[in-house]
Each structure stands twice: as C-alpha cells, then as structure tokens.
Design a protein around this ligand. Structure first.
Ligand code: SAH
Length: 201
C-alpha cells in the first residue's frame, strides 16, 4: 500500500511545507512513512467499504489523507481549527488529485458549522483529544450506526471513564506495533448505544 505513488508525493509535500508550516515534528522521511502513513493505515480494517468519514483535528492530514489514498471510495472530511493546517491539506488534496475529500477550517465544538456537513459513518481522531472529550465532541455528528475511532498511544485508558455515559460503548481495542520498533499504539473503536439498549436506571 505504501508503494502507491500518492504516498511519495504526499511525503515530498509534507516535508516541503513543514519547513514553514510546522505540520509535524518528524522530518526523517522513513519515520514519516512509518509514524504517519503506516500508523494512519492501521485503521483500514475497521472502516466500512463505503461511507463518510470525519477526521477531527487532522493536522497535516492524519489519518484522513492516507485512508483516502487507500480507499478512494470513502468520502472524507478533514477538520482542523488551525487555518494553515487546512491550507496545507487543501494543497495536498489538489496535488494528489484526490476527489471526494475536503478540508474544513473550524472547531469541532462549533455545532452550527459542523452539522451542516451532515452525519458521518465513521468519526476518527489521532493524537488529539482524551477519550471522554472525543466521544462527547463526536456525538452530535453521529447516527446510531456510527463508529468512533480513537488512535492513541497504549496509555488510552482513563481512570473511572465510562463510555456509556457519553452515549457510546467500547467495541474493540486493538494494540499494534509500528515497523522498525518505532512505537506501540492502540486503536480504540466505539459504537453508539441505541436508545433502546440503554437500561432503565
Ligand atoms: N491528527 C493529526 C494532528 C494531531 S495534533 C496527527 O495525528 O498527526 C492535534 C490537532 O488537532 C491540531 O492540528 C489542532 O489544531 C487540532 N485541534 C485541536 N483542538 C481542535 C478542535 N477543538 N477542533 C478542531 N481541531 C482541533
């Protein structure tokens, strides 16, 4: 998958723009490939064949852009609160010739703006919020069948946190290792609690 020529172009763009835009602290090309591209693609097995994905706090486009390269049929919305990150994402989308993906400048808390984008089948975030924050912020843009995916380090567990209180339930947690011993990561998947599944208190 990483042999797809899109990734070479994306790498070049990222390293070029990074000099001015501070998109990532990682500047070694091999490390970018593993820590950003390979890591982003770890979410692939958890995605539906088609559908709409919202990547909250996408930064330089992670994980949304690698996922879009790998699954061109998915519709992807990249969201970030920092204008220059979105300017970069727009340039990357253009240079990579990707269709069915857009980059939106805004804060996820701004429901009036984000709701206009419609509901999403998958809401994903990497290295951005704590789990309770993420699940609370994702809820307004989800439907009863939406999956929320948090890509985190191994330390994702939050003491005393119950996803059920935020309207979600833990579906699965997947631990994985990046290539070349570059780190241990976890991917945590939540599904919505349907109204009828909530037990009376
Ligand atoms: N997902 C990327 C970037 C992580 S850094 C990666 O894995 O490399 C966190 C990003 O979240 C930053 O780009 C920041 O601007 C964005 N962010 C933080 N709070 C946000 C909010 N409330 N709404 C939208 N984006 C936010």
């Amino acid at each position: 998958m990483l042999s797809d020529p899109h990734f070479k172009t994306y790498l070049e763009l990222l390293l070029k723009w990074n000099k001015v835009y501070n998109l990532t602290a990682i500047t070694d090309p091999k490390e970018v490939q593993i820590k950003h591209f390979e890591d982003s693609l770890s979410a692939l097995p958890f995605l539906p064949k088609t559908g709409r994905i919202l990547d909250i706090g996408t930064g330089g486009g992670f994980p949304g852009v690698p996922l879009k390269i790998a699954r061109p049929d998915l519709e992807v919305v990249l969201l970030d609160a920092v204008r220059k990150k979105i300017t970069f994402c727009e340039a990357a989308i253009r240079e990579l010739g990707l269709k069915g993906i857009k980059a939106i400048h805004g804060r996820v808390e701004d429901e009036n703006q984000i709701r206009q984008l419609g509901l999403f089948d998958v809401i994903i975030t990497r290295a951005t919020f704590s789990l309770p924050e993420f699940l609370t912020l994702a809820l307004p843009y989800s439907s009863p069948t939406t999956l929320a995916i948090a890509m985190k380090g191994r330390d994702w567990k939050v003491a005393g946190f119950k996803a059920e209180e935020n309207g979600w339930k833990l579906k699965e947690a997947f631990d994985y290792e990046l290539s070349e011993d570059l780190g241990s990561r976890s991917l945590v998947v939540f599904s919505r609690i349907y109204q009828e599944q909530v037990s009376p208190s």
